[in-house]
Write a protein that binds this ligand. Structure first.
Ligand SMILES: [Ca+2]
Ligand SMILES: [Ca+2]
Length: 348
């Protein structure tokens, strides 16, 4: 549980007037010294004024939070929690940003894989086949670094790797997808949140809808890919639909981006970042083709060497952002291009 009352949970954007800092630094009256926590803050040595930035960070007093902000929420005012993406409510205890697939009805049937007539279609994406799934819910956004931290603080998750382009505890990246987490860590988060990792089929259905399309938004990609795979409308910084490798995609992000930054790229059901930003762990072991795959609620083979990851990432070429693309990773890999989102029981 994120403790609002601790200093670290308070946003660092609020800057206190230096004049006020000087006032705070004045020795308090003797009779107040052992009464309130504010006294501790008030005896900051005045030499801190020499470094304004450092002084501001040290001098900001945490707002009073009687309520505890949960699930990645931070205390941003008196008794006010600002919630991580995907959570809501006064204490950020409500998981409200989930998408039901399908929107109504007990099942959904879609085209899994891609037609061999599509020159982009990889051999492990074939044959295209109709798959029927029982209804489920899925996170609208990838799980964020802020939400994952709440799970760690609550004892439900273990620390991801840090540094480089890893987002955990990285300044300004609480709303970026968590990455640098292995498959078991991702699974543990989903269990903590009341769900599980999606199956590969559930992931693909959520990315493309019931009718096959290359990308969540349709068949076109950016003009700069034309020499290898693509055709269609020009893709510029202003019209980018996803975060993939700079130089190919020109989306403006050299690494992860905040979740939901590309609303033009949502899937037919309104899920964000299904293409790009981070690959997403699924619960299925990878297998070379769909030739013997069940067509109702498939869960993948019983074993394997790598779990399927889906959707491409910020360091992928555009072709890897197609909804049918399959890749896999060893379960222990904590790669900066792999994150996840969770699936949940349906709401009827
Ligand atoms: Ca990018
Ligand atoms: Ca993604």
């Amino acid at each position: 549980m994120a403790a609002c009352s601790t200093f670290d949970d308070y946003g660092t954007t609020k800057v206190k007037d230096v004049t006020q800092d000087a006032a705070d630094a004045v020795e308090p009256p003797e009779e107040l010294k052992d009464v309130t926590q504010e006294d501790a803050d008030a005896v900051e040595p005045p030499e801190e004024l020499k470094d304004v930035t450092q002084n501001d960070a040290d001098a900001v007093e945490p707002p009073e939070c009687i309520l505890a902000c949960q699930n990645g929420g931070t205390c941003t005012g008196p008794n006010t929690c600002t919630c991580a993406v995907g959570w809501s409510g006064a204490t950020c205890s409500v998981a409200g940003d989930r998408v039901r697939v399908p929107a109504s009805g007990a099942t959904t049937t879609f085209t899994m894989g891609c037609p061999a007539t599509d020159g982009w279609c990889g051999s492990d994406e074939q044959p295209a086949h109709q798959v029927t799934l029982s209804a489920y819910q899925m996170d609208r956004y990838p799980v964020t670094a802020g939400a994952f931290k709440a799970c760690v603080d609550a004892g439900g998750c273990t620390d991801p790797d840090l540094g480089g382009t890893c987002t955990y505890n990285a300044s300004g990246k609480a709303a970026h997808p968590i990455n640098c987490v292995d498959w078991r860590q991702a699974s543990a988060y989903c269990a903590w949140a009341g769900g599980r990792l999606p199956t590969e089929a559930e992931w693909e259905r959520a990315a493309k809808g019931e009718t096959h399309r290359r990308f969540p938004w349709g068949d076109n990609c950016l003009s700069s890919w034309n020499s290898t795979y693509c055709w269609g409308a020009a893709w510029t910084d202003e019209t980018a639909n996803a975060n993939c490798r700079e130089g190919d995609c020109n989306d403006g992000y050299a690494a992860t981006s905040p979740v939901g930054a590309f609303p033009a790229g949502v899937s037919p059901d309104g899920l964000h970042d299904m293409a790009g930003n981070v690959w997403e762990w699924t619960s299925d072991w990878w297998v070379r083709t769909y030739t013997s795959a069940p067509v109702t609620n498939p869960v993948g083979p019983a074993g394997g060497t790598g779990y399927v990851i889906r959707g491409g990432a910020w360091d992928s070429g555009g072709g890897d952002l197609r909804a049918a693309v399959r890749d896999y990773s060893t379960p222990s890999n904590r790669y900066h291009g792999i994150g996840f989102r969770c699936a949940y029981p349906p709401v009827f």
